[in-house]
Ligand binder design. Sequence first.
Ligand SMILES: [Zn+2]
Length: 467
Amino acid sequence: MADRILIKNGIVLTQDASLGELPRADVLVEDGRIAAVGRDLTADDARVIDADGDIVIPGFIDTHRHTWETSIRTSAPDYALITYFGSILDKFAPHYRPDDVYAGNLWGALECLNAGITTLVDWSHIINTPDHADAGIKGLQESEIRSVYAYGFGNTSLVDWWFGPDYQGSVLTSDGPDARRIRKQYFSSDDGLITMSLATRGPNFCKPEVVQHDWALADELGLNITVHVAMDRFGYTKMQVAGLRDMNLLRPNTTYIHASHLTPEEWALVRDSGGNVSFAPQIEVQMGHGWAPAVTALEYGVPIGLSSDVATTASADQFTQMHSILGSERGRKHQEAWDADLDGLQPSPGLITSRQVLEWATLGGAKVAGIEDRTGSITPGKQADLVIIDGKAVNVAPIIDPVGAVVCAADVSNVRTVMVAGNVVKDDFRLKASLDAPRRAVEASRDYLVSRFGDPDPGWLPVKALA
Ligand SMILES: [Zn+2]
């Protein structure tokens, strides 16, 4: 890595309130950090990247992805949530070997970098053995992405999930829950490129004593919690936040994923306890979780991040999430205006904007991931997690509103340059990492896992026939 990198003459969308949107500016990177942002910067011996006509943004942040599922990408394009539970979690997950977790994590993290995602919250509920955890971390490390390793639980059968005494860190070692070893072995510091959180099931996804145990473990290890709540029509997933309140388990910096059906009382509890939300809008509307109620979160002042959730069922880049929430949440407000028979010559009230959406995909995501102090905006002193988007591409030019260009026009093919902490991982449209070995590994993983899926016929074309 060059010690100094100077990005020249870009349209810089800093996401820093005091710097704003700069129509023509330079970004100086020194020792992995943003050293300066402004006009006509100079730096001796710096590597200069010409960004004339291109758009510079902070790296995207995916606040919740089950990266291990990358090995079985698009195996479930038509699933609803309930079919997903029965197939992905009950028929694939128990067969996962450590090598499958490694292959899925490495390939998924490389996919992120290619798409301009510089921070990935890897929600890893595939800890079937301690080796599975080591393998997942190894995949993240090799990719060189910034990540939050959200240590989960075993995924050996749904019956165990709901009814078993399957505590967090269910794999017990002599040291107690294996989460303790992981914390000590890999994450003794909270300042590394990879940090740790605890991915828990929460009320109505397991027994109350398991919930108590898991939250106590997070307290003991000093970890933030990330938990799915309030999704789909099955009633027993509702009132989980109220359930946590009843158990005295509301914690600051907890991420409530989906949150499609929180009650007003629960929204107030999330706000008052210092929680935040992660919306996976494409998955939520496609699989039936509900809406991604961003307007409601805004009303309560709850920080919002976006996430891709599962690659089994939708694409995992942040352009997809931005398109999806801009469409779905505005659609929800338009429908309310229709239902209220409001004057059609006025815009529907409460529409979200493209600027809000870009903020959620970057700075909002950093707040949700708990690392706003180091990433999420182009602010001097923060880590240089940066993306340059090609402003001359056939689907992007001509630019009038650069935020509109990023949120409404650009896609993964326009991600020109990506750096994580100043490390250029994608340079002029080419990933630095070699993709051959990781792709072979993830294809071998797919072959194995598909062979173990069992009946009934899921309707795929045979993998061998595709080779
Ligand atoms: Zn999820």
